[in-house]
Write a protein that binds this ligand. Structure first.
Ligand SMILES: *Cc1c(COP(=O)(O)O)cnc(C)c1O
Length: 482
């Protein structure tokens, strides 16, 4: 181990990394987004059934990483990467991840991570503040909103169904729409509630919950002797980028003692823009909120904060009995509390460091400008789509997500049109030009482009639009009956 940690070895690999990082970050658009290979070819190239017996040294291993792994990776920092709700990790965030890993103290206990514990509490408070939650709100960092959504529903059960230890005997149900993230359905099955515990609420053409149906579903469940104990408002819907009407949902939840969870994994970013109010007013009434910093804030996957106006709720739900780890003689209040009391995780990474470092380095104003710029970008894009007779916009964009399709004016066969979008997208993916997704909205297939990468501009988009139309025309001509 010693020679891996000598000054010489470290300096040599840092020089290697210098080249690698500069290549990756300085002009990402000048190299290709991906080298498309058929799956079988890549499996044949990289499949390796046994581990190496003797080593090749750090320098050679890093070179191997560069050719084999990075060389076959999708470059998520590339402006043409618009496939996921997360794009590349910002360079300072990458640096912070390395530094956090170097420290490698678990954040479960203050004694192992004294400064980090306080920083994590600070940053959780900052995130709650940015969203517009009540003073005193806070929470914990977790690897992903999927886990955050699960824990939020576990908290909901603890506080609404077993408040005094007595079980509510009515079958419990959770209300959300079909467009809610799939992690909600997973959470319900992980909780052992059964799929029938998920009650879908009707939505509008942007997949946003219709409040009248929300109220009707609550009343229907109660009439059937079921107990709606939690409802999920998705803020930043996975397919459309839309927002459930959280303020109106909060009124019904308060009336019927329902835990309101705001899944703001993606849409939390709108808090940084002047479009915040119509979408996030009411978030201060949510019992729990999840927000992913790996989406608009470009932290590494997966940096999630689970927030609540009552952080002590978390402590009540997870407070572990592990005297070998948590010592009662320590002061257990305020910023120095053991975070292990607030989460089911034992080993706990320093997830807040990338956000802390970026906010310190750039300030939240910089992130506000970036986020505002993304909205301007998606609006400009939508305007071009609407002005183009061969393209059809699915819905007016609410957040940096644009859904549209290729639809020549004479087209009428909906099934054929759905297939056409998939075909066009596949050809663009295989060419390595760009990576974006296709998705269904109420039975119709649209391209779905996530526009959070600060490098993506209309200059990036126009050649892709041109290619979409070219492929659309060619494919239509090919499949036309003669
Ligand atoms: C991304 C996302 C999730 C999943 O979050 P992970 O951090 O990827 O686990 C859940 N809900 C919504 C609305 C999302 O956008």
């Amino acid at each position: 181990m010693k020679d891996l940690h000598s000054a010489g070895a470290i300096q040599q690999s840092l020089r290697q990394l210098e080249t690698l990082f500069v290549d990756y970050y300085e002009h990402p658009e000048q190299s290709s987004l991906l080298q498309f290979k058929p799956k079988a070819a890549l499996a044949a190239e990289l499949g390796e059934p046994t581990p190496p017996q003797s080593g090749i040294g750090l320098e050679a291993a890093v070179n191997l990483f560069t050719t084999d792994i990075l060389g076959n990776a999708v470059k998520t920092w590339h402006p043409n990467f618009m496939n996921q709700m997360s794009a590349g990790a910002a360079y300072p965030a990458v640096l912070a991840t390395a530094l956090a890993t170097m420290m490698n103290g678990t954040l479960s206990t203050f004694e192992a991570s004294p400064a980090a514990t306080i920083i994590e509490r600070n940053v959780a408070g900052w995130m709650a503040d940015l969203l517009g939650m009540k003073a005193g709100s806070g929470g914990i960092f977790l690897p992903g909103s999927s886990l955050g959504n699960f824990l939020a529903l576990v908290l909901a059960r603890a506080s609404r169904l077993e408040p005094s230890g007595d079980r509510d005997e009515r079958p419990p149900v959770v209300l959300c729409s079909d467009a809610a993230h799939y992690s909600i359905a997973n959470a319900v099955s992980l909780m052992g509630l059964g799929r029938e515990a998920l009650v879908p609420v009707a939505t509008n053409d942007a997949n946003e919950i219709l409040i009248d149906d929300f109220a009707d579903q609550i009343k229907r469940c109660l009439n059937e002797g079921r107990r709606p104990f939690a409802a999920v408002a998705t803020l930043g819907l996975t397919v459309t980028g839309g927002f459930d009407p959280i303020a109106a949902m909060a009124e019904w939840c308060a009336r019927y003692d329902i835990h309101l969870h705001a899944d703001a994994a993606f849409g939390g970013g709108i808090a940084l823009t002047d479009r915040r109010d119509p979408y996030l007013n009411g978030i201060e009434l949510a019992d729990t909120v999840t927000w992913d910093a790996h989406k608009w804030l470009h932290a590494p996957l997966t940096t999630t904060v689970l927030l609540t106006p009552q952080p002590q709720l978390l402590k009540a739900a997870f407070n572990p009995d592990a005297p070998y780890l948590f010592h009662d003689f320590d002061d257990q209040s305020g910023l120095t509390e053991d975070l292990g009391h607030f989460t089911p995780m034992c080993g706990k990474q320093f997830h807040a460091l990338p956000i802390w470092l970026m906010f310190k380095a750039y300030g939240t104003d910089w992130f506000r400008r970036q986020a505002q710029d993304r909205l301007a970008m998606v609006d400009a894009f939508a305007a071009e789509v609407k002005a183009d007779p061969e393209l059809e916009l699915a819905i007016e964009p609410r957040s940096p997500v644009l859904c549209f399709r290729y639809r020549p004016q004479n087209a009428s066969d909906e099934t054929g049109l759905n297939r056409l979008q998939v075909q066009i997208r596949e050809q663009i993916r295989a060419s390595g030009q760009a990576l974006f997704n296709v998705s269904d909205i109420k039975g119709r297939t649209f391209f779905r482009l996530i526009l959070i990468n600060p490098l993506t501009t209309m200059k990036t988009i126009r050649p892709i639009l041109a290619r979409i139309k070219e492929l659309g025309r060619l494919t239509m001509a090919d499949t036309l009956p003669n």
